[in-house]
Ligand binder design. Sequence first.
Ligand code: SF4
Length: 409
Amino acid sequence: MWKAPAHQPRPSAGSARARGRSGRWALQLPAPAAAQPERRLSHPTPPRFACAHLQRTDRNGHGGLRPPPVLGQTPRTRPSRTTERARKIDPYLIEVAVNAPTAQPIAFGSLPGRAHLDAPADGARVLLISTYELGHQPLGLASAAAALRRAGHDVRTLDVAVEPLAGAALRAVDLIAISVPMHTAARIALQVVEAIREAKIGARLVCFGLYASPLAEHLGHRAIEVVGGEYEAGLVEVAAQVAAHRSDAVAGSGGTPSLARQQYPIPDRRGLPGLDQYARVRRADGEHLAGYVEATRGCAHTCRHCPITPVYGGALRLVQRDTVLGDIAQQVEAGAHHITFGDPDFLNAVPHSMAILEEAHRRWPALTFDVTIKVEHLIEHAYVLGRLKGFGVIWITSAFESCNNAILE
Ligand code: SF4
């Protein structure tokens, strides 16, 4: 069941300036209420500038966004066939969008509620696209954006799960990097790539994330580069090459994922759609906004049915405590009352994960959490279950592929 959020008036769109000091992109500050009265964003021709699956309109003819799912209800592990069909993007729509004037009201630079980001004087102009991240605000984009902005690149983000693939967002970019953290995301990414190609957008095209390396050959046939495994450093290198008009292999490219350890930056969520566009949690005290973090990447196990194994091969990477807590803090600041730990298995590194959870509970006692733990770890670490509950974990997701040991082995 999908639940639409209560209607909130949209904030004013702010200044009409769509470019930064260097003439590149700059997201806009919403104008002060006194300077510009609050108004609803007008979409005079929504079907022409939005992905097909976002073309639902309300009774006033305004383009509608997909309502966020509600956590705690029967999960939808994959979109329905109807949704899959609806996700197909008509290349014609993109072509029309790209050829449209930049001042279209639905253009990326005029979306309301965005923070202003300084456009750097040099560096590459990067567009990060997320297609699907299980109804969460996309961590893949936030983490990549943090690394790229820290390196001085001009980064914008677009989550086509909840935002239109607006023509202005595709203009004047040097590099388009699409996050493929899971199978559904990769399938939708192929459709986005097809549409971009049809529109003859000449930016360098890269897919990054968990599914990038396993799909390297498949994507390579479509002239799409990949940055797999720990993708931040590879993306930064690709952006540097783009800025220098070079093209070489980077860490994580060519189907060999990078497992290099790194100091993870605090994900940069500026410019992403608000948490009210994503999955919410329904608790006894009502419905609340939810955030999403990861305390680890990879997995210490090598289950042969799992997509993590061919990439990480049993390697586990710990996201630094301050990074995770910093990310939780900014999502609490943005209104989150619940945090999902999206680690493949929260108990892969018990002391590390429990220390983060304990500190998060100490700082935000009213915050609740959910985690994913495999059956084997639930049994092996049963002694922590009481502490999990005490620190605010209100449910645990697990999976039971089979009760037959021979099959599991
Ligand atoms: S324990 Fe879970 S996440 Fe880890 S390899 Fe096995 S199935 Fe994948």
